[in-house]
Design a protein around this ligand. Structure first.
Ligand SMILES: [Zn+2]
Length: 182
């Protein structure tokens, strides 16, 4: 099956989180998939992010220059560790220090429109205490996302995908229990 960057894959609400969410089922080694491990997917990401990412930028995103993939992956992992810990109310100064180092590296190497540079800028905006939204972890797929709703009531990264999957599972179990009971 060919892979494509669908709107669902940009549920994070910020470029830094959409980049972090390029790893599917991060904590399930048997089923985990790194979408950036395939160079074609990585090359196609900036164009899709320019269209679908909720965070607006002045310049369209361009593919990552040759030789900068490793740095982007290190930045991505530092983003996930730091913001996941923060979403779980367990922030760590060391994780923040690691993230700031990766951000500094990306800012030094890159420029506007380049994926690593823009991801670093996005992460910086998320670190800011005045960021526009609450950081959360989707209880179905464990993606990080920014809840920009007024009353901070968003439960899923994407109601149409994760919310419905959980509802369907609950429905299935309820039906099975009814059957078992009858
Ligand atoms: Zn989800």
């Amino acid at each position: 099956m060919t892979f494509s960057w669908t709107p669902h894959r940009f549920s994070g609400g910020a470029l830094a989180l959409d980049v972090a969410n390029s790893v599917i089922l991060r904590f399930d080694p048997a089923r985990s998939i790194d979408r950036f491990a395939n160079p074609e997917n990585l090359d196609a990401f900036p164009e899709a992010a320019s269209r679908l990412c909720a965070e607006r930028r002045d310049a369209a995103l361009r593919p990552l220059p040759v030789g900068r993939t490793q740095g982007l992956i290190r930045l991505r992992e530092a983003i996930d560790r730091h913001f996941r810990a923060e979403a779980q109310d367990a922030p760590s100064p060391l994780m923040l220090a690691d993230l700031l180092e990766e951000i500094a590296r990306a800012l030094r190497l890159g420029g506007p429109g380049e994926l690593d540079f823009e991801t670093a800028q996005s992460a910086l905006r998320l670190i800011s205490p005045t960021r526009a939204g609450a950081l959360k972890i989707c209880p179905n797929c464990e993606w990080l996302f920014l809840d920009r709703s007024k009353n901070k009531s968003r439960a899923w990264c994407d109601m149409a995908v994760c919310g419905n999957r959980v509802k369907a599972r609950l429905h299935y179990y309820r039906k099975r229990q009814e059957k078992d009971a009858s």
